[in-house]
Design a protein around this ligand. Structure first.
Ligand SMILES: [Mg+2]
Length: 194
């Protein structure tokens, strides 16, 4: 397990070398789309089952306010999730997130579909993840963000690690970091107050 982790970290570092050749502020300025994982990013990773078999999710209200600001900036957000639930469809609809790709084990293939659907390049995406299945996408996206309680390999691959864990406002944290890096935060907060 230790060897496996060390090997993975080495691969991550080699792949990171490529993106590190472009300064982070330049990569951040190009971002048009926030690509979100659900379990462990928009939620704390808990999977709750109701008696009728429905899967329940608990979202954080501040992620919603962050995403509103993100949309105010004229930017988009999309979801790629390994699992599938009606609750995610509902939350995504509330927040204007589209496309929403659920039940996708191969996140890289789903990422390619999102790019095809939006006409964007990987460099125009900021991906937010928490666990190993997110790594291939994080390594290809222009900007990579890990939630505070992400696995070590994911944190290693990230340009930014949020201050709060998944499901506790991590997406809002990521958006604030990105908008501040782009120099847009103050103006958008002012506009949001009106
Ligand atoms: Mg996850």
């Amino acid at each position: 397990m230790c060897f496996y982790r060390a090997f993975l970290v080495l691969i991550v570092r080699l792949l990171l070398f490529r993106t590190m050749t472009t300064p982070l502020p330049d990569r951040a300025a190009r971002v048009e789309l926030l690509l979100l994982d659900v379990d462990g990013v928009l939620t704390d990773g808990s999977i709750l089952y109701a008696d009728d078999g429905a899967e329940l999710k608990r979202f954080h209200v501040r992620d919603g306010s962050g995403l509103k600001l993100w949309r105010l900036a004229g930017k988009r957000a999309a979801i790629v999730s390994g699992r599938k639930s009606v609750a995610v469809e509902r939350r995504a609809a509330e927040l204007g997130i589209a496309p929403v790709l659920q039940g996708r084990d191969d996140k890289l293939a789903a990422f390619a579909e999102v790019l095809a659907a939006t006409g964007l390049t990987a460099g125009q995406v900021c991906a937010v993840g928490d666990d190993l299945p997110d790594l291939p996408v994080l390594l290809r996206a222009g900007v990579a963000v890990a939630v505070a309680d992400a696995s070590p390999e994911v944190r290693e691959a990230a340009d930014y690690v949020t201050m709060v864990p998944g499901g506790r406002g991590a997406v809002r944290d990521a958006i604030e970091w990105l908008l501040k890096l782009r120099g847009e935060w103050e103006r958008l907060v002012g506009e949001g107050k009106r």
